[in-house]
Design a protein around this ligand. Structure first.
Ligand SMILES: Nc1nc2c(ncn2[C@@H]2O[C@H](COP(=O)(O)OP(=O)(O)OP(=O)(O)O)[C@@H](O)[C@H]2O)c(=O)[nH]1
Ligand SMILES: [Mg+2]
Length: 141
């Protein structure tokens, strides 16, 4: 699996996606700091949401091959600045999360936020049900 960095707002589903990709049981635990679990670098949502932390994300991305931007389909507002992908050296992809509890219009809105951030390749998944995970896992292989 590629070495990836997960970036997204608080509660958008980064750690749950990590657990799904590693085939682990789901255990909720608030991410407090950047940490690496095998090929995946997980980050706290606050690092995206608080301006003075954004550089920590950029530094962490130097160790990775791909930045994965996550946007929850349940969140209406954009959490990424436009063109945010240009802040990172590695290429990036977008992932809409929580598709199991959102309607098609909500999924489209989240995908649009990811496009505005600069990702052109976007996957729609539910970490909880596993929907869309095989295609994402193939991309990360
Ligand atoms: N229905 C549904 N809930 C999800 C999904 N993914 C995550 N959740 C729930 O959303 C909540 C937050 O998930 P986390 O994976 O901890 O979110 P996070 O992005 O790691 O959050 P921080 O560590 O705070 O940055 C948890 O209660 C998860 O169970 C999903 O695909 N579907
Ligand atoms: Mg987390």
């Amino acid at each position: 699996m590629k070495r990836i960095l997960l970036v997204g707002s608080v509660g958008c589903g980064k750690t749950t996606l990590l657990q799904r990709l590693h085939g682990e049981d789901f255990t909720y635990s608030k991410t407090e700091t950047i940490y690496t679990d095998r090929a995946i670098v997980d980050t706290p949502g606050e690092y995206l949401e608080m301006p003075w932390f954004k550089h920590a994300l950029r530094l962490a991305s130097f160790e990775t091959e791909l930045v994965v931007f996550l946007a929850s389909a349940t969140v209406e507002e954009a959490k990424f600045p436009p063109g945010f992908t240009t802040f990172f050296m590695p290429p990036s992809i977008g992932v809409v999360t929580k598709t199991d509890i959102a309607g098609p219009a909500q999924v489209r809105t989240a995908a649009n936020h990811l496009r505005l951030a600069g990702t052109s390749e976007i996957f729609e998944v539910s970490a909880l049900t596993g929907d869309g995970i095989p295609a994402l896992a193939d991309r990360l292989a």
